[in-house]
Design a protein around this ligand. Structure first.
Ligand SMILES: Cc1cc2nc3c(=O)[nH]c(=O)nc-3n(C[C@H](O)[C@H](O)[C@H](O)COP(=O)(O)OP(=O)(O)OC[C@H]3O[C@@H](n4cnc5c(N)ncnc54)[C@H](O)[C@@H]3O)c2cc1C
Length: 349
């Protein structure tokens, strides 16, 4: 995992991964269909369809009615809507969640992520066989980072921002330019853009309906990681429903809040707040980004980061080392700020 500063200073961030630990890169089109098939083989009934709306129950004893258009319907005579009655709804339908809208979960602010899938010549691909890059700088994103991530037989080149959504194509061009020598000869095979939630929705459980993943707003600031949290929240919510059902024979809002929401917040709310603070401090200016890259060369920073990242839990630090790190962070920030001002002064001469 290589982090590149605005001045292209590189820090190899994963030198101190523990033996056998690794940072996973994956292709969602492969993972998603694997998960779907596995659920089916475990007894889930798949119903390929587009959910169009949800009728809320008139009492705790009545079912939710899901209105949907089955996949493949609509050719010729117009879409044929079907209805399914269910006891409990788990909305895992992403950032534009229809379920969230129907249950009145409220809005959240979003960033936008833009990504191009690029097929590289064999030599270019070989360079990314075991390398993922993150670029920081005002040129590629005013508040996040740009990336080149390997995806087995191609790379994903992208950037994200909440602050400058209309400028996303300019930021993407800058990201491509930063990595240009390594992307030489590459052919864009797919372009993707999607909102990324910045914080949880005001309501994540309403009645017997719960939201998970992006629909709930579980994307970590700083890293933009949402796949793990989507899978984890889906499992936590599903486990909670089974537990409640076995115990009481029916599910109520208070049970879902206690067994799913409270457990989720206990486990992850602190981590999300910490990453939010880190993003504000280190992605706010080029000087802070230079300091971030310098700090990421430090062995203790790497160990703490990866111990926390791999186990999704803030690793417990050593007080003396933490104090040293605080001192080093302040020093790096100050040095990068002074250097940045000096560069600006020289430029203006
Ligand atoms: C460009 C980009 C790069 C990213 N890179 C990373 C990364 O490197 N690492 C990481 O951890 N995260 C990354 N993320 C974030 C991550 O993709 C999301 O957090 C994660 O996919 C959330 O999973 P989800 O299942 O909640 O939602 P989604 O993955 O959005 O899945 C929602 C599903 O619901 C379906 N759906 C939606 N509406 C309906 C409807 N009305 N009826 C029926 N089905 C519906 C959709 O078709 C989709 O299959 C990235 C996001 C983007 C946009």
């Amino acid at each position: 995992m290589r982090l590149l500063s605005p001045s292209n200073l590189a820090s190899d961030f994963s030198r101190h991964l523990r033996p056998a630990a690794h940072i996973a890169m994956l292709r969602r089109e492969v993972l998603d269909s694997f998960l779907r098939s596995r659920a089916q083989s475990q007894g889930a009934h798949l119903l390929p369809a587009l959910l169009t709306s949800l009728s809320l129950p008139s009492s705790p004893l009545h079912p939710y009615l899901l209105h949907y258009i089955p996949s493949g319907a609509g050719a010729g005579a117009g879409p044929a809507t079907s209805t399914l009655a269910v006891d409990v709804v788990v909305g895992a339908d992403g950032a534009n969640s229809r379920v969230a809208r129907c249950i009145g979960a409220g809005d959240y602010s979003t960033a936008i992520a833009f990504q191009e899938r690029v097929r590289l010549p064999p030599a270019g691909m070989a360079a990314y066989a075991d390398l993922a890059e993150m670029y920081v700088g005002d040129d590629v994103s005013p508040d996040f980072y740009a990336w080149v991530f390997p995806k087995c037989d191609h790379v994903a080149v992208g950037t994200g921002t909440a602050a400058a959504k209309p400028a996303i194509r300019r930021l993407q061009a800058a990201a491509r330019a930063r990595a240009a020598p390594k992307l030489a000869g590459g052919v864009v095979v797919r372009v993707e853009a999607h909102p990324i939630p910045e914080h949880p929705r005001p309501r994540r459980v309403a009645g017997r309906a719960a939201l998970v993943g992006d629909a709930a707003g579980y994307v970590a600031r700083c890293s933009g990681e949402g796949i793990y949290f989507a899978a984890k929240s889906g499992r936590m919510c599903g486990d909670a429903i089974v537990r409640i059902w076995k115990e009481k024979g029916r599910v109520a809002e208070a049970d879902l809040k206690r067994e799913y929401l409270r457990r989720w917040d206990e486990e992850f709310a602190g981590t999300f707040r910490f990453l939010d603070a880190l993003q504000r401090v280190f992605y706010g200016s080029n000087a802070a980004r230079e300091a971030l890259v310098e700090l990421c060369g430090d062995e203790y920073v790497q160990r703490m980061t990866f111990d926390s990242y791999l186990h999704k839990k803030m690793a417990a630090g050593r007080p003396l080392d933490d104090l040293g790190l605080l001192w080093k962070s302040a020093g790096s920030l100050l040095r990068a700020t002074i250097l940045g001002r000096e560069v600006e002064r020289l430029r203006s001469l």
